[in-house]
Write a protein that binds this ligand. Structure first.
Ligand SMILES: Cc1ncc(COP(=O)(O)O)c(C=O)c1O
Length: 409
């Protein structure tokens, strides 16, 4: 990997800018010029020139509703009729019948919860929730692969993280018995490797050990359960889970987040979670878009059926080619490439042949566990999936993949 790709910004100080203390320059130098690639992001994420047209497998628009004219129209109508709505913190606008509140009732009902609160992103849903419902002495049992925003919430709460091994229910129980009841935090479906959480077992342990449970349903909402209500709904666990969060950036194809739980806890969250107080709410026209998207998600089951048929087809094909994607049991399919060099050569190979996936590198993965993620959606065509499999077959022939973690031996 040519280091010039990482260096082209040179020093961060611009000729016109103020004089900068050394520590600022050192921090940016590490990212922009470090030959050891201690910080990987720019090195891997830039300088790609994909072949066009390409099969796009980067988006989280699992149900293919981004750009749906019904959603665009709903937003445009509100914009032209009443403008974009008040740009203020939500803490100032909890009128019972406003558009935000109506959406909250609607998504709460879909997720079989008593109430919901709309937040500006999935990230703030998670940070706000963990911050609001834990104290510095609350033990937080968090799956080591849970989303970064949940970890951030623990920092905000100044609470103590007691991480447990990925999807390991026995390890969770052991840790709770050692440190006492607290908050158990999992994702229903893990965003880097597409693993499902053993949700029913996790809920059993949390209940037996007197813990509260938080489930991030960002990747399962819309895709699982009756009318897309999520994994807890699919497994009839909704009434046993204290809090669920959703980032609306996936199946809802929008920008926003939701926390659901009991009416009492949601009332507390509304006025105590820091993002509700110190950041501006999503705007009225965006809420109109969420509403239209929920109508599509709830009523068009064919999108879920196609999504699952597509990912099963791709997964089966990749397994037959010797890619060990057994862990990816969902619309997220990841190939663990390991090193920076493997990842860049694989990504370039795919880009040049019109298959676009997303590279995940530190801090989203551990060092040398980098991966390339493909996300499947409902409207991918059979010939596009066949093309992806052809290119993955060619990669096995042409790339030196010795020692790659995700290969069947
Ligand atoms: C599991 C999970 N939770 C939360 C988030 C954050 O959601 P948002 O992009 O809406 O902030 C993401 C985003 O990638 C995610 O994968």
């Amino acid at each position: 990997m040519a280091n010039s790709a990482v260096c082209d910004l040179g020093r961060a100080t611009t000729p016109q800018g103020p004089l900068e203390p050394d520590f600022i320059t050192q921090i940016t130098d590490e990212e922009l010029t470090d030959p050891q690639h201690k910080h990987w992001g720019r090195a891997v994420l830039t300088n790609s020139r994909p072949l066009q047209p390409a099969v796009r497998m980067q988006s989280n628009d699992y149900l293919s509703i981004a750009g749906d004219p019904r959603v665009s129209r709903a937003k445009a109508n509100i914009l032209t009729e009443v403008g974009h709505g008040d740009a203020i913190s939500r803490v100032f606008s909890h009128a019972k019948e406003d558009t935000h509140r109506k959406f909250e009732y609607k998504i709460a009902s879909l997720m079989q919860a008593e109430d919901a609160v709309l937040v500006m992103s999935g990230y703030t849903a998670n940070t706000g929730l963990v911050q609001a419902f834990s104290k510095p002495d609350t033990p937080i049992y968090i799956d080591i692969m849970a989303h970064a925003s949940l970890w951030e919430g623990i920092l905000c709460a100044r609470a103590k993280a007691r991480p447990f091994r990925h999807n390991d229910v026995q390890d969770l129980r052991k840790k709770i018995r050692r440190y006492g009841p607290g908050l158990v935090i999992v994702d229903s479906l893990y965003s880097t490797n597409g693993n499902m959480c053993p949700l029913s077992d996790i809920v059993d342990v949390a209940e037996q050990e007197g813990c509260a449970i938080v489930v991030d349903e960002t990747h399962s909402f819309g895709c699982h359960g009756h009318k897309g209500g999520g994994m807890a709904v699919a497994q009839n666990l909704a009434h046993r889970i204290h809090f669920r969060t959703v980032g609306l950036s996936k199946a809802v194809a929008a920008r926003g987040g939701v926390v659901v739980g009991s009416a009492r806890n949601m009332e507390y969250f509304r006025y105590e979670a820091r993002p509700m107080i110190f950041s501006t709410s999503v705007l009225g026209y965006e809420v109109a878009g969420f509403n239209a998207a929920l109508d599509i998600i709830g009523s068009e089951d064919w999108r879920r059926s196609r999504l699952h048929a597509n990912h099963r087809y791709l997964r089966t094909g990749l397994l037959a080619l010797g890619y060990d994607v057994t862990e990816s049991d969902s619309q997220i399919i990841s190939i663990i490439t390991g090193t920076l060099e493997n990842t860049v050569s694989f990504r370039t190979f795919l880009d040049q042949r019109g298959v676009l996936g997303s590279v995940f590198c530190p801090p989203a993965t551990p060092q040398n566990r980098m991966l390339l993620r493909l996300t499947v959606n409902a409207t991918l065509k059979a010939h596009e999936l066949a093309h992806v499999l052809d290119i993955f077959a060619e990669a096995r022939e042409k790339l030196d993949m010795k020692g790659w973690p995700t290969l069947l031996q």
